[in-house]
Design a protein around this ligand. Structure first.
Ligand SMILES: [Zn+2]
Length: 395
């Protein structure tokens, strides 16, 4: 996403201004709709004629619709809201275990969903993705305007290439090229944690949307981080920023990281680490059958002591890593997401205590919270790659 640079007034042309006004109106309808034309004009200080012109344009494009408001005696007022129940975005969230393919309307409401295991054979997985995408596009009535793909690895977002997916050792996977060729629909590809951060900006709790600088910590099979600086995703050179999951925080972790080290943060603080701890605590090392992270969290929430202990220990190490990030980056907030976020009532205090313990300065100003998107973060992240630019002020 390009940045809005208000200092470059010499290059702001009238069509740029119109595009900014258009997005202001669209965002008012998104945040405050159903809302009337006159109310938009009042709140934005735009002229009524300008608002009417933009509204006509947005209606013609199918972005918004008219609805009737509550009558206060006379004729019911005509209000505006976002167009819903028409699939415009297709989101593909790839994790190391499953790949989920969904369609959604402009508001991010899911319309259709498919899920299948992510196969270590890249051709098998890409084949399944292409098939599912084609099915969803057909099912939508060919209304899909863009496909967003989130990937657990390093992504060149300009080229739409997954440069490296450590878990599967995939390299230079040309996701955009393959999907655009097969579907004819424009494709955006993003790193999973960066996409989750984008989802938090667009679909998350209101207190987060006000925050300009935050770190998203996505805990799954690995630990990924997305850096939001001044309201924008910071990708770094070649999309390599935010690989805090591989910072060294200790020795002898319960599992190896995706590239084989037992010293990395994700080896201590990922879902796999929590499951390994549970195996060690509950059955003296023999692996309990049929356990996955969702079941482990269910057990913990039901009061299972071994389950609680294993996620608390994991939360401690999450806190250790977060302290390092706070120390170096000084964000306004740190948001933890992934399945573990569901157990925040059990792990929140443990995690914050570890942060406090590890910091060599006070951190009172840093908000540490769980994402309300939780395990939907990956899906909403993939959709955000398509939906967010529709609302963002791009020049
Ligand atoms: Zn590592």
């Amino acid at each position: 996403m390009k940045r809005l640079n208000l200092k470059k007034t010499n290059v702001v042309r009238s069509d740029t201004l119109r595009s900014i006004n258009r997005r202001i109106v669209l965002n008012y309808i998104r945040e405050s709709g159903p809302i009337s034309r006159s109310e938009i004009a009042k709140q934005t200080a735009l002229q009524r004629s300008t608002v009417s012109l933009i509204v006509n344009e947005l209606r013609k494009e199918g972005m918004i619709k008219e609805v009737y408001g509550q009558s206060s005696g006379g004729r019911p007022p005509i209000l505006l809201s976002l167009q819903t129940m028409r699939a415009v975005a297709l989101g593909i969230a790839m994790t190391t275990i499953n790949t989920t393919v969904v369609t959604s309307d402009l508001t991010g409401a899911i319309i259709q969903q498919e899920e299948f295991p992510t196969d270590p054979d890249v051709d098998v997985t890409m084949g399944r993705i292409v098939d599912a995408a084609k099915r969803c596009i057909r099912h939508s009535g060919e209304t899909i305007e863009g496909i967003g793909v989130s990937v657990p690895g390093v992504v060149d977002t300009e080229k739409g290439v997954a440069l490296f997916v450590p878990h599967f050792k995939w390299r230079d996977l040309e996701i955009r090229k393959i999907l655009e060729r097969e579907t004819g629909v424009p494709v955006q590809v993003g790193n999973d944690a960066n996409s989750a951060a984008l989802a938090e900006l667009w679909f998350g709790q209101s207190e987060v949307r006000e925050v300009r600088d935050f770190i998203m910590v996505l805990v799954e099979e690995g630990v990924g981080t997305g850096i939001v600086y001044d309201g924008q995703i910071y990708e770094g050179k070649g999309g390599t920023a935010g690989e805090f999951g591989h910072m060294t925080i200790g020795q002898g972790a319960p599992v190896s990281c995706a590239t084989g080290s037992r010293e990395c943060w994700e080896a201590f603080a990922s879902e796999r680490a929590a499951l390994a701890r549970y195996a060690a605590i509950s059955t003296n090392g023999s692996k309990p059958k049929d356990i996955n992270i969702e079941k482990l969290i269910d057990l913990a929430l039901d009061g299972d002591k071994a389950a609680i202990e294993s996620i608390k220990q994991t939360a401690h190490y999450l806190g250790v890593g977060i302290a390092n990030i706070i120390q170096g980056m000084g964000p306004e907030a740190v948001i933890v997401t992934g399945a573990l976020a569901r157990a925040w009532t059990l792990i929140g205090d443990e995690l914050k205590a570890a942060v406090e313990e590890c910091l060599c300065r006070e951190y009172h100003s840093t908000l540490i919270i769980a994402s309300t998107l939780g395990k939907e973060s990956a899906i909403m992240g993939a959709l955000s790659l398509i939906l967010a630019p529709k609302f963002a002020p791009v020049v």
